[in-house]
Design a protein around this ligand. Structure first.
Ligand code: CTP
Length: 410
């Protein structure tokens, strides 16, 4: 790739142990033709040293504004970048960025950058969930930065929970996705598009629960991660977002109005109510097709009958089909389908049956899709189109969905 057309990436590295994973991200970026300048914070160098960053990037590495002063690096780096990608973004670094501090080269670069900025946070769960960090993340997102949700899993010590840096391969996909979406024909990056600005979108997420008695329910394995990624990315693109969440335990996405529901019927009412004013409705929730015919208002006991009693089921209303039938002119309706086999064939048939504009088809199985931060899918459109989305973070799939929705709304 010619020197001047290589995408310029500033890789900001915070002082977290996950910095070691960022070496792999850097390698992927440079090997795929990106021109990367690494800008660590001073304390980040305690985890991974300057020679490693310099050797892997092939570029000089500085942490403060006092090197190469004649080139005014604190202004030049931000201005010339196509993407600033910060990983790991520590609680301290998010706070400094949110408050506009400029006490090292990286925070100066964040203030001068006019290109997309991505933060990939990594920290202990308590720090991630602290109201101060939540507020800083909300501020950064409101200003248009993409703050990727951390993964859940083993943290530095024996503890587990949300706060892990996502895998380098996923971060690489985020970087690639953002660059692909924002690089103008002229080759240089523009600010990320606020192409849903002034639009109201409704997203459903999670899995409904159909009560059998006060203790038991029929549920499903949906975690809500994909719906939450759709809500977050829509907020980042300027939309007013109503998120109808069924039994989701994830932290609330900043900037979205959240309506909590339990059953399919609750979800139906909540979605219909907000869909009235919506430009787009995306049904990412796993809605139960059936519910128990009779709700027992006291716990069913083993001693109630000689053997297990059958539970009779009745059909729930298909919310998606009902939305399509009742939608106001111009509203875009998107469905999701989880299939275990013959994915495309079943998807096409379902798209036709439900009558929506688009269907996002996932292949599901034991370790596929449910509860994982990444996803692969095919988006089928009613006009016969088909967009393959390779395995990557659920945010990347969400952005493809919003690209297609925004194009239809234009
Ligand atoms: N959906 C809905 N209301 C229901 C059931 C499903 O709105 N009562 C929506 C889901 O949110 C999803 C889409 O319909 O967007 C596909 O759901 P799915 O259960 O896969 O479709 P079904 O028509 O139930 O097909 P099948 O169970 O036969 O695969």
């Amino acid at each position: 790739m010619a020197e001047e057309t290589r995408p310029r990436v500033i890789l900001g590295v915070g002082a977290g142990i996950a910095a070691y994973k960022v070496c792999e991200l850097l390698r992927r970026l440079t090997e795929s033709g990106h021109d990367v300048r690494v800008v660590p914070t001073r304390d980040a160098l305690r985890f991974v040293g300057e020679p490693t960053w310099a050797a892997l990037s092939g570029r000089p590495v500085a942490t403060d504004v006092w090197s190469e002063v004649e080139q005014v690096p604190h202004v030049r780096l931000g201005r010339e970048a196509d993407l600033v990608f910060v990983a790991p973004a520590t609680a301290d670094l998010l706070a400094r960025a949110a408050h506009g501090l400029a006490d090292d080269l990286l925070t100066n670069t964040l203030l001068t950058a006019r290109c997309p900025v991505v933060f990939a946070p990594a920290m202990h769960t308590e720090m991630w969930e602290h109201p101060a960090t939540r507020a800083n993340v909300a501020t950064l997102r409101a200003r248009g930065a993409l703050v990727v949700e951390p993964a859940s899993g083993r943290l530095t010590g024996a503890d587990t929970g949300p706060g892990r840096l996502p895998e380098p391969s996923e971060l690489f996909e985020v970087a690639r996705g953002v660059l692909a979406r924002t690089r103008s024909a002229a080759g240089r990056a523009a600010a990320p598009p606020a192409d849903l600005s002034g639009r109201h979108v409704v997203v459903s997420a999670g899995g409904t629960r159909e009560a059998i008695d006060p203790v038991r329910f029929i549920g499903n394995r949906s975690s809500g991660l994909q719906g939450y990624a759709l809500a977050r990315t829509a907020v980042a693109r300027g939309a007013r977002v109503t998120l109808v969440a069924a039994n989701v335990t994830l932290p609330d996405p900043a900037g979205a109005e959240i309506v909590r529901v339990v059953s399919a019927e609750d979800m139906r009412q909540a979605v219909r109510k907000s869909a009235d004013t919506a430009d787009a409705v995306v049904m990412a929730a796993a809605v139960a097709d059936f519910r128990p015919a009779d709700y027992r208002d006291r716990k069913i006991k083993k001693s109630d009958s000689a053997g297990p009693e059958p539970i009779h089921l009745v059909k729930n209303t298909d919310i998606l089909a009902e939305l399509v039938a009742e939608r106001p002119a111009g509203q875009v309706v998107v469905g999701f389908a989880a299939e275990t086999d013959n994915v495309i064939e079943h998807g096409r048939e379902k798209l036709a049956r439900k009558g929506c504009d688009m269907l996002v088809v996932n292949q599901v199985g034991e370790n596929l899709t449910f509860g994982t931060p990444d996803n692969a899918a095919v988006v089928l459109t009613a006009d016969g189109g088909r967009v393959e989305v390779p395995r990557g973070p659920k945010e990347a799939l969400a952005d493809v969905v919003w690209d297609l929705v925004a194009a239809r709304l234009r």
